[in-house]
Design a binder for this molecule. Structure first.
Ligand code: GDP
Length: 297
């Protein structure tokens, strides 16, 4: 989802000479294969959006895969990018890198100031490693590698696999199916009380290009809306967009995760960037994409 949005945004800005590989063509956890790719293609600019991602259940259950695959991908790509003189690299992480109980909204400087949320700690540790790789290659060698930490992303091309996906696509699918089946209830995991900040993936891609075209050489940048809402209100908003008016029931056997993670986006704002897509509008576009992809299946 993130990589294809970045590519669409770059294409719209006039870029055309893309070098991409599907997962089947290039296994980024394979150091020799990554090295051969950089040697053959010699890319000038790198957007590292690849990684193993998933929602709260997948992160909690597949802890080994989340830490291993993400740290291998980052170490291989960032090291090869440096070895092959890549001019600029953008590493995409996640707002879960910050301490679970830190002050809100979360400033970039809160990184590594406290313990992490347990449900996604392996993924978060791997993403912190990516931030530190970019920082280290910059400080020692002057590499122009920057890190971008978005809040919970959603939009076209998301995954709707209920065991592995994030809350927003999960609730779009569950609400749509409840409507179509005439079900009286919509099951929402946890208590509905945790608050989350959602960012439309096209806005994230716009922020990435904005940063890559700025004079910035290095550092960590939060990207988000700067506002959040409880999962209960997200469910109500999705029900409204989908046109379903059953009852919400909470499955408290599922974890809540971190209570809140809204980002402080002043650093990116000071560079003249702000998100354009409000949550309701973004959900409506995403629901349309969900419906059109279902029709193709
Ligand atoms: P997180 O932001 O890393 O916790 O990841 P998620 O997007 O998977 O979950 C966010 C919150 O939404 C958690 O409190 C979940 O318990 C809650 N949630 C409610 N219903 C669902 C659902 O159907 N799927 C998912 N993934 N989360 C849900």
């Amino acid at each position: 989802m993130a990589g294809s949005a970045i590519q669409r945004r770059l294409r719209a800005a006039g870029f055309s000479n893309f070098v991409t590989r599907s997962h089947a063509e290039l296994d980024l956890t394979d150091q020799a294969a990554v090295e051969a790719f950089f040697e053959a293609e010699k890319p000038e600019i790198v957007y590292l959006a690849a990684g193993k991602v998933g929602g709260i259940k997948a992160n909690n259950n597949f802890r080994a895969e989340f830490i291993y695959q993400n740290l291998m991908i980052e170490a291989n790509v960032i090291h090869s990018a440096w070895q092959h003189g890549v001019q600029r690299l953008l590493f995409l992480g996640s707002s879960c890198i910050y301490p679970r109980d830190c002050a809100q909204p979360i400033h970039e400087d809160y990184l590594l100031t406290g313990p992490l949320e347990q449900t996604n700690e392996p993924y978060a540790v791997a993403k912190i490693l990516g931030v530190k790789l970019c920082e280290s290659y910059h400080r020692q060698y002057g590499a122009r590698f920057i890190s971008v930490m978005p809040s919970n992303l959603y939009g076209p091309n998301d995954s709707y696999d209920l065991d592995n996906c994030h809350v927003l696509p999960a609730l779009i699918r569950k609400t749509h199916e409840a409507k179509v089946n005439g079900a009286p209830e919509l099951v929402v995991w946890g208590s509905g009380k945790p608050r989350r900040e959602f960012l439309f993936v096209e806005d994230m891609a716009d922020a990435c290009l904005h940063l890559m075209e700025s004079e910035i050489d290095s550092g960590l940048y939060n990207v988000g809306m700067g506002s959040d809402l409880p999962i209960k209100e997200l469910a109500e908003l999705i029900m409204d967009v989908v046109g379903y008016n059953g009852q919400i029931v909470y499955d408290e056997s599922q974890p809540d995760g971190t209570p809140r993670k809204v980002l402080n986006i002043d650093r990116l704002k000071s560079l003249g960037w702000a998100a354009k897509t409000q949550l309701r509008e973004g959900i409506a576009i995403t629901y349309k994409d969900f419906l059109s992809r279902r029709d193709q299946d």
